[in-house]
Every structure is written in structure tokens, then in C-alpha cells.
Design a protein around this ligand. Sequence first.
Ligand SMILES: *Cc1c(COP(=O)(O)O)cnc(C)c1O
Length: 424
Amino acid sequence: MSAQKLPAPMARPALVAEDPQIAALVEAEEARQREKIRLIPSENYVSRAVLEATGTVLTNKYSEGYAGKRYYEGQQIIDQVETIAIDRAKSLFGVDHANVQPYSGSPANLAVYLAFLNPGDKVMGMALPSGGHLTHGWGVSATGKWFTPVRYGVRAETGRVDMDEVREIALAERPKLIFCGGTAIPRTIDFEAFASIAAEIDAVLVADIAHIAGLVAGGAHPTPVGHAAVISTTTHKTLRGPRGAMLMSTEEHAAALDKAVFPGLQGGPHNHTTAAIAVALREAAAPEFKDYAAKIVSNAATLAGALTERGFDLVSGGTDNHLILIDLTNKGIAGKPMAKALDRAGLVVNYNTVPDDPRKPFDPSGIRIGTPAVTTRGMGTAEMTAIAGWFDRVVTAANSGDEADLDQIGKEVKELTAGFPVPA
Ligand SMILES: *Cc1c(COP(=O)(O)O)cnc(C)c1O
């Protein structure tokens, strides 16, 4: 708290002196993150400790290779940092093996392809418009261009994955790799069902838990451990660490994954990030993180209920996790203008496709929201109810071009956020 009372430039005297232009922008972004209600489900606020770890001299060190087997000297300290991060990941998730070097979620997934497939081999993943990720074989991604993608989606009527359909496609196409998980899935992922399908065709199952890693770590979503041979995750979403990623696996696949990350795909690991990942993993192992994960889910349920009461049409009818997908068709507004109006009103979301969306991906029918960031700030039931009320007003204001009310909501949002300090 005492650090928070310092005027922001005082915290970065060298940056302010050296590059006032960038320093001012950083300060402006701090204000934006403080004054707005951030509902993008892949975003969060890291702790002061995580932030401090990322801003260290560990960024000065090259350390290609792995602890004890490096290509550069001077690894006395870095080897310890990386080993601690790995041990904490193994203990938190209960896995045999962890690689903490992937630069981010997308390169982590590319390393999985490199470990198990040859160019042209078949990979099965959820279609992007249904909630899958680009790196699960979508056409514009290298993973869709260099490999042969096979896709499953969600049933339009239920908004949910139909596991019988997944099995049918898998048996007919026999992909070597199956991805489960995604970026816009409001429901629990059935890792066990995916695992039994993968076993039938001898495919490697990859659980991409980028979005839900913090929920899994905190016991608020079932774990893929014991079902998926490979687990891929980012570290910066619900897990609340720095931007980065991890690959975890059974002992069987450890060597192949390590070799794929380095030297297969990457050069030197980002050691300052590794340190911050270690800090975040320590935080995620603390008892309070279980409460955090549970609160993310209960806040999302409260918000979903309040939105439903106000006539918003939620894909799949609600949520099991941190994420809510809203089909705005019945509100007479598309996703993009709604997202823009909400931003003006101080509520930050992203527009998103909905299942079987009749509109174009760049101008879709829905928006995607989530509760990880607001929960980190300590918001609860009253605030979720207020957010649903503001959503309703924003629809009316946007549909009637009432910019004054959008600005008025922005003021009310700013007042509310003043009562919920941001961690860093
Ligand atoms: C966010 C995300 C990724 C990619 O992470 P980046 O760090 O943005 O590259 C991969 N898979 C899923 C499911 C994600 O949600």
C-alpha cells in the first residue's frame, strides 16, 4: 500500500528522466487499468511481487539450454531460478514434468506440434468461431497451414461441445494430436471424455488450459492431469503471472517437449519472466489463491444471473467458469458497436463470434467477458449486479446514440473503481 501512495513517476525515476514520452504512456495505462472495469477474460492484474520480478537484471543473461546443460557460462543463479520455477509448477499442478521456457502460449503450442507431428500430419482442435484458439489448427495460423486440421465445434442449440460428435470425427479422421480447451468456452471441459477418445485412436491429447490454469490450480475446475498426456498453458491469464507459458507432461513426453522448445523452436529463455513465473506459482500455491479461484467462478455465476435477468442471451445459458459469452442479437446491437460503447462507458470487453454466427468474424454478434481481473480487485456480488445494470443502460444508450449517458456511466464506473485498488 505504501508503494501505491507514491506518485507513479517516483517509482520510475530513470524512465521518467530518460524517456518521458514512454514514461507518460506507462502512467496513462496505469490510470486506465485503475479507472476502468476490465472484463476481458484473458486479462488480470499481477501482484507487485510478480511485477518486480519481471523488472530485474535477469533480463541481461543468456542461458540457452536447461539447468546443468547450458551453452553459456555464468548460470550459477539462473539455473536455480529456473529449477525453482519448474519444481513449483510440478508441485502446484501435480505433474511429472514442466518446461517453463516457452515465450508465450502460441509458441508453446507450436512446440507441441514440433514434438509430435511432421508437416502435413492431422491435428484436431475446436474451430476458432466455436471458441478454439488460432494455434489449434485454424487456417490463418502456421498450425493450420503446415498441418492438416480437423475441427469440432459446439452444438448451436446447446452452445456446448457434443462429445459423441467429437468421437465420430476423431474415429473417421484419426488425427495424431487432439487439442481440447480454448479461448471462449464458458463450460467445464470434459478431459476424461477427450482422453478416452484419444486413447481409441492412439492420439496424443493436449489440454490447453491457458484460460483456466488458475481455476485448475485453485481447485475451481477439474484438472487435466491423469487424462491429458500434455498440458499447455499461458501464465498470464487466471494464473495471474507474467506473460509467458509452460508445457507440462508425463515423464514419457518430457524429452520430446524439452527438445522441441529448445533447440527446436526457441533460443534463450526470458529469465526475468521465469523468475516472475516462479513468484506467481508460489502465490498460486497459497491457500488464499483457492479462495480467489472460487470467487472468480462465483462472481461469474452472479454476473451471468444478473445479465440473464436483464434479458441478455448467454451462449450455453450461463457459465461454469470465469467466462461469459453474450449473443447480442436480441438486443438489436452487434458485438463491435457494443464493445465500443462499453469502453466509452468504462467497461472493457472484447467482441466475439457466437456459435453459428451469421455475421463476419471481424463484426460478430457477441461479446466475451470474464471475472478474473475484477475478482483480483476484490469486487463481489454488489459490483457484479451493478455491471449488469450498466450493460443494460449501455445497450439503450448505444441504440439511441445517447453519448451523454455513456459518459455518465463512465463517471459512475470511475467512482466505483476508486474503492477497489489495483494490486500493483
Ligand atoms: C491465450 C491463449 C493462447 C495463446 O497465448 P498467447 O500468449 O497469446 O500466445 C493459446 N491457447 C489458448 C487456449 C489461449 O486462450
